[in-house]
Design a protein around this ligand. Structure first.
Ligand code: NAD
Length: 796
């Protein structure tokens, strides 16, 4: 036995090189020089840059750099192709997507070798992961195209979509973006990363072979400035960006107020949690897949190992032994586990992080089998211990094969450490107790959680982050939604006009205190001076000012004038009401029904208040609509569930609908009561907490509503109402780091521009200047949730 073991230990893998002859011949066939692909043909560029093989340092090809005029040409071509592409219908587009899937499959090996040459990742990864997943995305979305009209009625494509991707999964990121965009009937202007354009260029050729109509897919090459020209182009209806958080922020600012849809898939610093009862051998293999896969250049890499302190020593021993067997070498060699990093710059960047950690006193362990190749952008598997939450290497995304190690004592502490980051892309949880794993998963701030696994992806399962990892999803129904728009229905024939419209109510600031003025004749016998509603209590405004509410020139009430401090107090109260998220949907539904019941019970008083403004019939309709939206939201609370996906790899994927968190909302100007509730009720039903800025006419009914809220079971802080200068208060909400989303459907273009620009602070989700979702409960509910995919393996 000992002899066998010692023989096995001395055995090594022989080289198993993949030939790159076909890929090199393809490059030669193009004279190693590429232009842009616009309107179905190749367009030459003026300036060129080199794309390199990072493993050998050699130049693979020269690629043209597009400037604004070429980007404009591509946008024009894409716009011209739109009508025919949409007229083709879902089935017609499904056939084209299917042809692309088949074409990718047919040329899979060429795509895999090109990707390996250009990026430095191993042929095992490109052959077994990147290319099959890209194929899967085109098949999956061929299916969505086929089903589009039946499953997404009333939805429309957005138009020309600008798509910008990074270098770590060049063809896969293309597939994630191009397949859903085309399925929905959009046309595309696509920019690959300047380091890795080759597979996108081959894909452009495939578009011709697969019969994609000219102009439907356009490719412009270039660096950041080309991406910037796409972002700046007014003909683009949506930007889909994957890349660094820094550039994502810049794009958010640049697109603010443009009305363009935006999805951002950004960086991460994902935790890899190993509980006391985990299968340690499996966890070590999971770590190899998580942080050393693709040389750690993975946005969702489990780069922070959090291990139970009683297990840490054993896990570290096993991990170090495994690291010593990892083969770092030529990416074209099928026996290499790790290949080259993408560029010398990236290698230096990674080394810089590790050197600084070492200088700060961290313990750095590096190992691999047989050492690193003498030349090329190689970096060894690295484990860094002796660090804490303040260490740069724990806080910042390294984007290389570098794992940090921290310990925890209790599951609660693991969650706290895991969430101690500005990012929120992914997490892995390792435990033999499914109960513990599924208890931790919802508490982790992340768009994806893998139980006893890592880095699993599928086209049916949305992928994307929260917090500074961006917003929006790619894959699944939630990803498809990002390429569609539901327009507001054409205006219904005008009904008999109400006596005065709610929007006609006007306000002017007064310095009188809220106790000194009597409302006048229009709302006879009402002597009320509502306050703000914060933390379940009526609160005087911090500044002590109020604002006159006039209807048709008559003073009807005084509205408290909230300020920045009042918003901060309201956000604080909403933060403290976190328990609402954890209430069951059944419990939330009951609260909303009860609220509706209490509201209905107040109808005589509310009708008396609203009558002078809206007319008797208008007031009755307003009240009826308010009760209705509360009932609707209560009804949906336990029905707008997520889904279960059956991913191909013996895994069930629980697509959970989680609340977005703390939503700031600005109620529509029309409809003093139902306008506010139409937004707030679905947000509350899905477990969010709300800070709302009601419209001016709200002042008429506010005091009544507070009484209703006081007698309902809505916990204090779950719904907070602050009246005052809407623009100023909305700005405070938009800039507030604790607010996760901002809703302002009837914002003007200027208002939308301001709040979207301010939202970069924490990259909050903004739904502004778009009243379409208001008319469709499901779209509204979809705004109120974010999908977290929890992957749970099965089998032995
Ligand atoms: P990057 O942001 O520098 O570049 C990404 C792309 O944006 C490239 O095509 C680049 O040319 C382009 N670009 C650069 N500046 C631009 C500008 N001002 N305007 C428009 N486009 C611009 O990122 P990178 O270093 O190439 O990629 C690594 C980053 O990507 C990491 O942070 C990683 O986490 C992230 N990433 C995220 C995901 C995800 O799904 N969340 C997936 C892969 C990579």
């Amino acid at each position: 036995m000992n002899t066998i073991t010692s023989i096995l230990e001395t055995m090594d893998y022989g080289p198993a090189p993949e030939s790159d002859a076909v890929a090199q011949a393809w490059l030669e066939g193009h004279g190693r020089r590429f232009g842009h692909f616009i309107g179905g043909r190749w367009v030459r560029g003026a300036r060129h840059f080199a794309t390199l093989d990072p493993a050998r340092g050699s130049e693979l090809a020269q690629v043209a750099q597009a400037g604004p005029s070429q980007v404009d040409q591509a946008v024009q071509a894409a716009a011209a192709a739109l009508p025919a592409w949409q007229a083709l219908g879902g089935h017609g587009r499904a056939r084209v997507l299917y042809a692309l899937a088949r074409g990718l499959q047919k040329h899979a090996r060429l795509f895999a070798v090109l990707e390996t040459l250009d990026n430095g990742k191993t042929i095992r990864e490109t052959r077994d992961v990147d290319i099959p997943l890209a194929v899967r995305h085109f098949y999956h979305h061929a299916g969505w195209a086929q089903l589009l009209e039946s499953e997404w009625p009333h939805h429309r494509a957005l138009g020309v979509v600008g798509q910008i991707v990074p270098w770590n999964f060049p063809l896969l990121m293309l597939a994630w973006k191009v397949a859903p965009a085309l399925a929905c009937g959009n046309t595309v202007v696509f920019k690959p990363a300047e380091q890795t354009p080759l597979t996108a260029l081959r894909f452009a050729e495939l578009c011709v072979e697969a019969g994609v109509p000219a102009g439907v897919f356009n490719l412009v090459n270039g660096e950041g400035s080309t991406g910037r020209a796409i972002v700046d182009h007014p003909g683009i209806a949506k930007i889909a960006f994957t890349g660094s958080t820094e550039v994502g922020r810049e794009i958010r600012k640049l697109t603010a107020g443009s009305g363009r849809k935006l999805t951002l898939e950004l960086g991460g610093k994902s935790p890899f949690i190993v509980c006391a009862d985990a299968d340690l051998d499996a966890a070590v293999e999971g770590l190899v897949d998580s942080i050393f896969f693709n040389q750690g250049q993975v946005c969702c890499a489990g780069s922070r190992l959090l291990v139970h302190e009683g297990t840490a020593a054993r896990l570290t021993d096993k991990l170090q032994a495994r690291m010593a067997r990892i083969r770092v070498g030529s990416p074209l060699d099928k026996s290499s586990d790790m290949g080259a990093l993408v560029s010398p710059v990236q290698c230096e960047r990674v080394a810089g992080f590790v050197d600084r950690a070492r200088a700060e006193g961290a313990v750095v362990h590096q190992a691999c089998a047989g050492g690193l190749p003498a030349q090329g952008c190689y970096y060894p598997p690295t484990l860094v211990s002796g660090v804490d939450t303040a260490s740069e290497i724990v806080r910042e995304e390294v984007f290389g094969p570098v794992l940090t190690l921290q310990t925890f004592r209790t599951p609660a502490e693991a969650v706290e450490l895991a969430n101690h980051t500005r990012y929120g892309l992914a997490a892995s949880v390792w435990s033999e107790s499914i109960g513990l794993a599924l208890d931790l998963a919802p508490r982790l701030k992340a768009g994806v959680v893998w139980v006893n696994g890592a880095n699993q992806f599928d086209a049916a399962c949305g992928f994307g982050g929260v917090r500074e990892s961006g917003f929006g999803r790619e894959g699944g129904a939630e990803g498809l939604r990002e390429y569609l728009h539901r327009p507001a229905p054409a205006a219904a024939p005008a009904r008999k006009p109400a006596r005065r419209s709610a929007a006609a109510a006007s306000t002017s600031t007064s310095t009188s205190t809220s106790t000194s003025t009597r409302p006048l004749a229009a709302v006879a016998a009402i002597d009320r001076t509502p306050k703000l509603y914060i933390g379940g209590k009526q609160a005087r405004p911090d500044g002590g000012y109020s604002r006159e509410l006039r209807v048709g020139g008559e003073l009807v009430a005084l509205l408290p004038e909230g300020n920045r401090k009042d918003i901060r107090n309201a956000v604080e109260a909403a933060r403290a009401a976190m328990a609402w998220e954890r209430q069951s949907a059944h419990a939330r539904a009951q609260v909303l029904y009860y609220l509706a019941e209490n509201l209905a019970a107040q109808s005589p008083r509310l009708l008396a208040l609203l009558g002078p403004l809206l007319g008797d019939a208008g007031a009755a309709a307003e009240l009826d609509a308010s009760v209705h939206v509360l009932f609707d939201a209560a009804a949906w609370a336990d029905k707008f569930d997520g889904a279960v996906h059956q991913a191909p790899s013996r895994t069930v994927v629980l697509a959970l609908h989680e609340p977005v968190g703390l939503i700031g909302l600005v109620a529509p100007k029309a409809r003093p009561l139902s306008g506010l509730l139409a937004l707030a009720a679905p947000a509350l039903a899905m477990g969010n907490r709300v800070v709302a800025l009601p419209c001016a006419a709200w002042g008429l009914v506010a005091a009544e509503l507070y009484a209703v809220l006081d007698t309902s079971d809505l916990p204090g802080g779950v719904l907070n109402l602050v009246t005052g200068p809407v623009d100023e208060l909305a700005d405070v909400l938009a800039a507030h780091a604790e607010v996760d989303a901002l809703w302002w459907p009837d914002a003007s273009a200027a208002q939308a521009a301001r709040v979207e620009a301010l939202s970069v602070s924490n990259l909050k989700r903004c739904w502004v200047a778009d009243e379409g979702p208001l008319h469709d409960p499901r779209t509204l509910l979809a705004q109120a949730v974010q999908v977290k995919n929890v992957w749970v393996p099965y089998g032995v």
